[in-house]
Design a protein around this ligand. Sequence first.
Ligand SMILES: [Zn+2]
Length: 315
Amino acid sequence: MVILSSVIRPLASQLHRHLVKHTKSHRITPVRRCNLIACSSKYVLSQMHPMWQGPLAVPGGDRQSPIDIVVRKSVFDSELKPLVTEYNPETCQQIWNNGYSFLVEYDDTTDKSTLKGGPLQDKFRLCQFHFHWGESNAWGSEHTVDRRLFPAELHLVHWNSDKYSLFEEAVMEDNGLAVIGVFLKVGKRHEGLQKLVDALPAIRHKDSVVEFTRFDPACLLPVNIDDYWTYHGSLTTPPLTESVTWIVMKQHIEVSHDQLAVFRSLLFTSAEEDVQKSMVNNFRVQQPLCGRTIRSSFSPFLQEAPSAEGDKHTH
Ligand SMILES: [Zn+2]
């Protein structure tokens, strides 16, 4: 177990209790936290969730996330297979404001919604997805590509159901989790996302949960899921365990400014608190690569790499 700063320890122990207890309806999921290297101004840090306002001396380990993906240094691996997602929208259960993000949670008691292939040897079960976003469109993602920041990032969290019997077990183990990361850019309204956006006002406050069913998370994936980067990393929220195979999509998805504005209308705080705090900048500070290799399923030298200028690449 990692050593946590005094500021985040209470939260971590709370998380741990939840993990051990595993109440299905209020599971705490791998929340991830972050800060941005390219944007680590005091201004941004000062806006961060209380959970991250302490010293950023976060636990040891040399496989922490998130990171900056340096395209030129990523290594093309022709052995990386296409990803195979089999999501059953019927496993979607509820949406929950956990005080740091909102989680769309799936029934993971059976292998009805799974992820295989790509860099994975085993089958992984979807348990939830969530987002990280900024207070403006200038930042918000946890990962960056050549230091480029995106306004938001989607994380689809899966656990290894071939090796483990519960998420809570997998989260503490090597090769326990597989998380797909998808960058969001501001552009056209995302029709698939809208059903989710429409549900958010009902969970404005921390700890609100509402039923949310029949949502196919595949609609949030980019058209091209064959091109991705992958590396070994950690959760970006406590317990920050280094149990994650990250699969970060090269292609982003587009959402409208208005849709992101609804994300920002959520609150970190519960209805009882006197001072309400907008849920923004819920990302973790970037972590050093520490000699890790980022592999890509595509060759950046054969295809146009995502540029800092943005949208010019097509897929
Ligand atoms: Zn996340």
